[in-house]
Design a protein. Structure first.
Length: 320
């Protein structure tokens, strides 16, 4: 199969028939074999009934319905799990993403060899209260991750099948799929300017709280990606640094006490600060030990993504 299209949605009953027809037209024009997975993230309108009717008229349209609202990341992750296409394309259901971009996104994966291509809505039709925070969010993510993209949160993306089968998306981390993919070892990440259309039906699901959650998720991804399999390197180094600073302060106070017999260490606030810093350092160090024990005993502690294997042994000589 050439393409799997994954569409997470919530309360988009009006836009789904038009979107499905548009995608079907594009696929037929370019002779792609395809499937469309519509993931209903706990809609309270008739979105699921619409999906059922669309599936009856087009067997390429398939659906997943959550019992309640879990969020866009959960919907994408479930779509990634069932997708069978060699190229996986994600888009929003509100018709602000144009299906006419599908051939270009497909070509960049198949012909140009990208692992992941993210859309860039260079000209946007969103209110300023959404665009200004988005620019700051994208700038911060670029600086921290080293991935040069203008629009991390664009719903219109394309992936090699191997990428979506190698990553896990949860919480609010759909915004950072390029970062997750990079930490998984997929380095060829590209960008394509895509058309952004004004919303035709329904209301935006945008909320300011997503920026707070977004930056917390970014911190989690950066930490887990770098220290997920070696937490002692982070907590141990930080704890040792804290303890060393506290010990140097305490040593200084002890020397002053020996040099000046009338000097009272415990009357100095610096003495209690030194004790506090050493205690924090010890706790961080012990946290590193505990995290290391948890990591070493995890079921996937030695789970790594292997690109290729060259082995000249005969099949019967290989021991798994």
């Amino acid at each position: 199969m050439d393409i799997s299209v994954i569409i997470p949605l919530k309360n988009e009953e009006e836009s789904l028939p038009e979107l499905a027809a548009w995608i079907e037209r594009v696929m037929n024009e370019h002779h792609y074999s395809y499937e469309i997975w519509m993931v209903d993230d706990g809609s309270t309108d008739d979105s699921w009934s619409v999906i059922q009717n669309l599936s009856k008229s087009n067997k390429n349209i398939k659906g997943i319905r959550f019992q309640r609202n879990y969020g866009k990341s959960a919907a994408l992750n479930e779509g990634f799990r069932v997708a069978q296409g060699n190229v996986v394309i994600t888009m929003d259901a509100d018709l602000q993403d144009s299906p006419d971009e599908i051939p270009g996104l497909y070509k960049m994966i198949v012909v140009d060899g990208y692992d992941l291509v993210s859309g860039w809505k260079k000209k946007r039709y969103d209110p300023i209260m959404k665009t200004i925070p988005s620019k700051f969010f994208n700038w911060t993510t670029t600086k921290l991750s080293g991935i040069k993209l203008h629009d991390f949160n664009c719903g219109l993306k394309s992936y090699k099948k191997k990428v979506v089968k190698s990553i896990e998306v949860y919480g609010e981390m759909h915004r950072y799929i390029p970062v997750i993919a990079k930490w998984a070892g997929f380095r060829k990440i590209g960008e394509k300017v895509v058309e952004h259309r004004s919303r035709k039906y329904g209301v935006t699901k945008f909320g300011l709280e997503r920026f707070i959650n977004g930056f917390l998720d970014l911190a989690s991804i950066m930490f887990v990606g770098k220290f997920g399999k070696r937490p002692m390197h982070f907590f141990g180094a930080l704890g040792s640094l804290f303890f060393l600073v506290g010990f140097i302060i305490a040593l200084y106070l002890a020397v002053m006490k020996i040099a000046y017999l009338q000097y009272k260490m415990t009357d100095r606030p610096l003495f209690f600060l030194a004790l506090l810093i050493m205690i924090i350092g010890s706790q961080l160090f012990l946290t590193g030990f505990i995290a290391e024990l948890v990591t070493r005993n995890a079921a996937d502690r030695n789970s790594y993504l292997v690109e290729e294997v060259i082995d000249h042994k005969k099949p019967e000589e290989v021991r798994l």
